[in-house]
Design a binder for this molecule. Structure first.
Ligand SMILES: CC(C)(COP(=O)(O)OP(=O)(O)OC[C@H]1O[C@@H](n2cnc3c(N)ncnc32)[C@H](O)[C@@H]1OP(=O)(O)O)[C@@H](O)C(=O)NCCC(=O)NCCS
Length: 215
């Protein structure tokens, strides 16, 4: 699923949420002190996918510790992203000489819980969602796309980005979305971060969204 919405030169791997995880190297265990079993499992499956994607790029699989912001620390020369939801875990990795960053996200295709939509959606988004067909859950899809935006934005800027700092539009027929950032990056950026374009796919009650920001 995730491979269908990424460029061919971005490596990706996925496993179902009930796949068997592999043992973690000690460098990664540090992120799991006091972690409950569910968290340990999703973390391990994300790392499994990430190592498969790194291998697919022709690089040696290595430990991927979590940085202070919780973002994975990718080996020099690579950028990437990890996501996990109950039925689906995935990772995508790209050559940093070709891409500024990658952001992926997976969510169940279900409406957002009551009260969450107001926190996540701008007025413009609420208006087009109200006029759109009820399937898929567009509110959840916008939420997912915004998390993919954050996974590109944050490693490049080190800055927070709130849900109301981006306005999402979608083209349902082409499976593409555009995020217009309503906030400038905190410092002048070489990376083009004002408009991020991505793709989405909905299959088997799972929504996946992906952004690969080319250099
Ligand atoms: C960080 C965040 C996006 C993760 O999304 P999520 O739906 O909770 O969880 P997912 O399973 O999809 O992704 C989790 C993975 O994201 C990655 N991640 C966490 N923090 C990250 C960061 N700052 N930058 C990049 N990737 C990050 C990690 O790999 C993490 O998995 P791991 O801890 O097992 O390694 C989310 O928790 C968050 O903080 N969102 C608020 C900010 C936001 O989305 N703003 C919208 C801007 S328009």
């Amino acid at each position: 699923m995730i491979k269908d919405i990424l460029p061919h030169d971005v490596a990706a791997a996925w496993v179902p949420g009930d796949a068997a995880p592999e043992p973690l190297p000690p460098e990664e265990e540090a992120a799991l002190v006091r972690a409950v079993e569910k968290r340990r499992r999703e973390f391990a499956l994300g790392r499994l996918c990430a190592r498969r994607a790194i291998t697919a790029l022709g690089r040696a699989p290595v430990p991927l510790p979590s940085g202070p912001s919780r973002a994975p620390v990718w080996p020099a020369g690579l950028v990437g992203s990890i996501t996990h939801c109950a039925p689906y875990c995935a990772a995508a990795v790209a050559d940093a000489a070709l891409y500024w960053g990658v952001g992926i996200d997976a969510e169940p295709d279900e409406p957002l819980p009551p009260g969450v939509a107001e926190m996540v959606l701008t007025g413009t988004e609420r208006a087009w969602i109200a006029a759109a067909a009820p399937i898929p859950s567009w509110d959840r899809l916008v939420f997912s796309a915004k998390e993919a935006v954050f996974k590109v934005w944050h490693p490049l800027t080190g800055a927070w980005l709130g849900f109301h700092d981006a306005d999402l539009s979608v083209d349902p027929d082409r499976g593409v979305f555009t995020a217009t950032l309503l906030r400038a990056p905190p410092q002048p950026q070489a990376a083009p971060l004002r408009r991020l374009c991505g793709r989405f796919l909905v299959r088997g009650k799972v929504i996946v969204t992906a952004i690969a920001l080319p250099r």
